[in-house]
Design a protein around this ligand. Structure first.
Ligand code: ZN
Length: 148
């Protein structure tokens, strides 16, 4: 084959690549414990009160490491959403899905998949943050479920 711009001859080789990676989640392990209990947890800085979601082990506002875990109430309002039709490779096995951002009463925004018919969604739709098991990978995550 040839390079599209320069016309130079190219050699192309193909092989299957299987990736396995491990990332330490020790400092936010309680978040995953929370998912197993059906709870979505954020961290709050004990020094300045800033709430962080996704949870952080350091406060982005004041730099403190003195954080406490708090459960989000789970009831929020959709700020924006979009239907994903052109998916990244790692999500190519899913059908079209909706991603949205919800404002929670605690003052943090949550980015997550939105369940249900996207044609019924509006900015301002009430949503519930809930823990779900994502298949076929079989891992726990959270999504936004319309309640109206
Ligand atoms: Zn802080």
């Amino acid at each position: 084959m040839f390079d599209g711009k320069t016309g130079a001859a190219l050699w192309e080789d193909r092989r299957e690549l299987r990736l396995r990676y491990q990332i330490s989640v020790e400092r936010i392990r309680k978040f995953y414990d929370g998912l197993r209990e059906g709870r979505v947890l954020a961290t709050r800085c004990r020094s300045c009160g800033e709430l962080h979601f996704p949870p952080q082990s350091f406060c982005a506002r004041c730099g403190s490491e003195d954080m406490e875990w708090v459960e989000l109430s789970g009831e929020g309002e959709l700020l924006t959403f979009t239907v994903i039709k052109a998916k990244p490779t790692s999500f190519s096995h899913y059908g079209d899905y909706t991603v949205g951002i919800a404002r929670m009463p605690e003052g943090v925004n949550v980015l997550a998949w939105v369940s249900g018919d996207p044609g019924k969604l509006r900015v301002g739709t009430r949503v519930r943050l809930r823990v779900v098991r994502r298949e076929p990978e079989n891992y726990l995550t959270y999504e936004l479920q319309p309640t109206e």
